[in-house]
Design a protein around this ligand. Structure first.
Ligand code: SAM
Length: 231
């Protein structure tokens, strides 16, 4: 087995397994602990968590060749729709001890799992039981403005919700990643109505679209939009 840094993205790794396959991974900030049953591997004294693209749209976007992953070491990240922490925990690995992930989730059961199984071992994650439609409600919990917002809330009006959060919580020049429903196979040719509407909302609310990748075969229903907030 071999582990190499991803050629483009900091703190993301490519693991070449002995069977010849390659997998994405992040360096485990909580050694010995898994979050969603992912495999742990050790290489040269460091533990990594294999990152499942069928469970995490961010991993799927990376494997589909997304041009930019704005989430970087030391960043403050607002995560909307954190659920029990599958993707949020990998973001916690990427931003590291000096970064932070604010995890907004309104389903109490999912958040309870995050609080019990993940946050105690990851001091850089803050669970927030709140509705992302009301970003002013959690302003108290967020220190300053964040560098990035990651949004995966599977709701109509996602772009509006994300933009409302950006207006309050995102730095000027900050970045967003939005997992949006895009049923058609080739989003560049036949985007669904929902998808077109979401893009338009982002543009009118001050975002410049940097990249869009469809996530199939890992996730047939979604695309990932990466965009920059007004400078
Ligand atoms: C597709 S799941 C997220 C999966 C997660 N992003 C991951 O990759 O690990 C969507 C989550 O968004 C949450 N959600 C939906 N609407 C929300 C809202 N308005 N505020 C907060 N959470 C919301 C749901 O409860 C659900 O847990």
């Amino acid at each position: 087995m071999q582990v190499k840094p991803h050629p483009s993205f900091s703190q993301i790794y490519v693991v070449a397994l002995d069977d010849g396959t390659e997998r994405l991974a992040t360096r485990n900030l909580a050694p010995g602990r898994t979050v969603y049953g992912e495999k742990l591997v050790r290489f040269e004294g460091v533990e990594y968590r294999l990152w499942d693209p069928f469970r995490s749209k961010l991993a799927a976007a990376i494997l589909k060749g997304v041009k930019a992953v704005p989430i970087k070491p030391d960043h403050q990240v607002l995560y909307l729709g954190a659920a029990s922490g599958t993707t949020a925990s990998h973001i916690s690995d990427i931003v590291g001890e000096k970064g932070h992930v604010y995890c907004v989730e309104f389903a109490a059961r999912a958040l309870r799992e995050l609080i019990n199984n993940v946050c105690p071992y990851r001091p850089n994650m803050t669970p927030i039981l709140e509705d992302a439609r009301f970003p002013e409600r959690y302003a108290l919990f967020i220190r300053g403005k964040v560098d990035d917002i990651y949004c995966d809330i599977a709701q109509p009006e996602q772009a509006k919700i994300l933009a409302d959060n950006a207006d309050i919580h995102l730095k000027s020049g900050g970045w967003i990643m939005l997992a949006v429903k895009a049923q058609s196979i080739d989003v560049t040719k036949e985007p669904s109505e929902v998808y077109k509407r979401e893009l338009k909302i982002l543009e009118t609310r001050g975002f410049t679209i940097e990249d869009i990748v469809h996530l199939e075969p890992f996730d047939k229903a979604h695309a990932m939009i990466v965009a920059k907030y007004r400078n």
